[in-house]
Design a protein around this ligand. Structure first.
Ligand code: HAM
Length: 432
């Protein structure tokens, strides 16, 4: 007989982990509500061309891509942003701006599995569409801070960059977009000398090379000191100077929001995705060396999908990695405690009564497990103890004649006979 194994890079989430994942998802949904983001649900399978348009070589080459039975080239989504951009360019094209959209769900990348890197993973994703103002960038950073704070994480820091700096330097140096993308990919992996060698090989000016080297080597603690130094290095590249002005404005807004957010700026920081045009960021905690989330501004993607030119900024948080971070920082998920009850009949002929009482109690929001294995009372009670259930209702003929049951507190062992109509009130008010 074949024993089926789970696919590499995929996981089953059992009780505790499933609860933690859901608790993070619930917090993400709450944050969406607090910031006015409406939830949309998009398909897991999308056209390959849509998903690969600006996703970057790294993700493009690792998509779960296949032909469906109708011969269409499709793929499992590796991220939400392309799908949201498609919806904005089509169904929502006439809706008033700004649009604030939220998605949550599973994504697929055929990455090499390792700690915190899976082939199926979950994100909460927020997109703020229709504005290029720095307040929008600041909102995405603040929203991310709010989510991580509500989850209970400590000491997380935002690594900030701006793709405008390096892109604009290279554009002013007449470097083709294709080469720019390669340079950005190398820099994303911190292969700085390879990036510099590539630029040297196409004859980029010495001044440009030395500026880029200064940018990659720059290290200061204070984010505003870093930015002002970068401003001096790039002063001959006027569009890169605009990028510096833009990021300064965004970070000033964060400071003025009076939220204490730990930020650092890295001019050579780039992200794997090719659609970014402005501020970019990722979040880290000291305990693990992988990003808990990342995002940035992308002002050209929606028009690429046939929409009006539309500015946008967004973020995705890795729910799996947030769970890892919680485990590292020993944070328990915030879940509402709900009283749990088992209902056990004295003998199997009373199964109808058990189902009837169970349904009544569930309608009052109690979590009820009915005995479904015809076990003896002692066995069923032992099982309830093992599962940490709070109460047992024991249904017997003698009590039923008086329209009553036995109710037992499994923690204190106290027990008494009560009328059926009083069970819910007694349990919900903790009167036993
Ligand atoms: P991303 O940086 O590719 O950005 O993914 C965001 C987050 O998803 C990562 O920081 C990480 O926490 C999680 N993640 C990514 N890949 C994996 C993986 N293989 N296993 C576990 N977790 C993973 C995006 O997806 C952009 N769409 C974000 C965005 C939205 N930009 C603008 N709007």
């Amino acid at each position: 007989m074949t024993i089926f194994k789970i696919n590499r890079g995929m996981r089953d989430f059992l009780n505790k982990d499933a609860k933690t994942m859901k608790s993070i998802e619930n917090i993400a949904r709450k944050v969406a509500e607090l910031y006015g983001y409406e939830e949309i649900i998009t398909p897991v399978v999308e056209s390959f061309d849509l998903l690969s348009a600006k996703t970057g070589e790294e993700i493009r080459s690792r998509m779960y891509a296949f032909k469906d039975l109708g011969g269409r080239k499709v793929a499992l989504r590796p991220e939400f942003t392309a799908s949201v951009a498609r919806v904005v360019a089509t169904t929502l094209k006439n809706k008033p701006r700004p649009l604030r959209l939220f998605c949550v769900g599973s994504l697929y990348r055929y990455d090499e599995p390792q700690h915190g890197r899976y082939r199926e993973f979950w994100q909460s994703n927020y997109e703020l569409i229709g504005t290029n103002k720095p307040q929008a960038d600041a909102e995405i950073l603040l929203l991310t801070n709010s989510l991580l704070d509500k989850v209970g994480l400590k000491n997380y820091a935002f690594k900030i960059g701006h793709v405008g700096i390096i892109r604009e330097i290279l554009t002013q140096e007449n470097c083709k977009e294709e080469i720019q993308n390669k340079v950005m990919q190398l820099m994303d992996k911190k292969h700085y000398s390879e990036a510099i060698n590539l630029l040297k090989s196409i004859g980029i000016s010495k001044h440009c090379i030395s500026t880029l080297q200064k940018l990659t080597e720059l290290k200061t603690k204070n984010v505003f000191t870093t930015i002002s130094k970068i401003g001096k290095y790039v002063k001959n590249y006027y569009k890169a100077v605009e990028a510096i002005e833009n990021i300064t404005e965004i970070l000033n807004l964060i400071v003025e929001s009076e939220k204490r957010i730990d930020l650092f700026f890295d001019a050579s920081f780039v992200r794997g995705l090719e659609y970014y045009t402005g501020m970019i960021f990722e979040i880290f905690i000291p305990e693990i060396n992988i990003a808990l989330g990342g995002g940035g501004r992308y002002d050209k993607l929606i028009e690429l999908f046939g929409g009006e030119p539309t500015s946008a900024v967004g973020v995705a948080h890795g729910i799996d990695r947030i769970m890892l971070a919680m485990q590292n920082q020993k944070i328990l998920p915030k879940t509402k405690k709900r009283e749990t009850v088992v209902i056990i009949p004295i003998h199997t002929q009373l199964k109808k009564e058990v189902l009837q009482i169970s349904e009544k109690l569930r309608s009052t929001d109690l979590s009820v497990r009915a005995e479904v294995m015809d076990r003896k009372i002692t066995k069923a009670l032992e099982d309830a103890d093992r599962r940490n259930i709070s109460y047992a209702i024991i249904v017997g003929e003698r009590e039923l004649k008086e329209r009553a049951v036995v109710i037992r507190n499994l923690k204190t062992r106290e027990q008494r006979i009560i009328k059926k109509e009083d069970i819910a009130k007694t349990l919900l008010n903790g009167e036993i």
